[in-house]
Design a protein around this ligand. Structure first.
Ligand code: AMP
Length: 145
């Protein structure tokens, strides 16, 4: 897509530190890493976010992330890896070409781990009921493709 920075990386119109590539995905280092080795896994085709991704492609991207993560861990000697995906501005998405973050973490890196507030069973139950209903007969929004 024109004006998409990640499409430009796929097309080699702008440089990136590419670490992996296959038929439908590419992985390169984030230029603003949370820690050294922070990599992104993206589809070569332009999809805005998780909701737009064909489900089989989403699966393959996660498989690539699964392959990248231990390599990042071993090369950087990190203590842990966060896998993340921001979908929508409210979730922190800045580049609207779907991507999975593979973020090495160190015990002493100073980043906070975020945990939610404890919820009561009365708060959880109605949401889980609505979600079960929403998920019935609806395995994914996009299906395979
Ligand atoms: P998000 O906020 O989830 O949309 O993440 C976008 C990520 O892309 C950020 O962590 C940026 O640092 C990273 N980024 C933006 N432009 C580039 C680029 N040209 N090469 C590598 N990473 C980039």
């Amino acid at each position: 897509m024109k004006d998409c920075v990640f499409c430009k990386i796929v097309a080699r119109d702008i440089p990136a530190d590419i670490v992996y590539e296959d038929d439908d995905s590419i992985s390169f280092l984030d230029i603003r890493p949370v820690n050294p080795g922070h990599a992104l896994v993206i589809p070569k085709r332009h999809f805005e976010n998780l909701y737009e991704l064909p489900s089989d492609l989403a699966g393959r991207l996660f498989q690539v992330a699964q392959r990248i993560a231990p390599a990042v861990r071993d090369v950087t000697g990190s203590d842990g890896i966060n896998i993340g995906m921001d979908n929508g501005s409210a979730a922190g998405q800045e580049v609207f070409h779907a991507h999975i973050h593979v973020m090495p973490r160190r015990l002493d890196d100073g980043y906070a781990l975020w945990h939610g507030k404890a919820a009561t069973p009365d708060e959880l139950a109605p949401i889980s009921e609505k979600l079960r209903e929403a998920l019935r007969d609806k395995p994914t929004e996009r299906g395979a493709g």
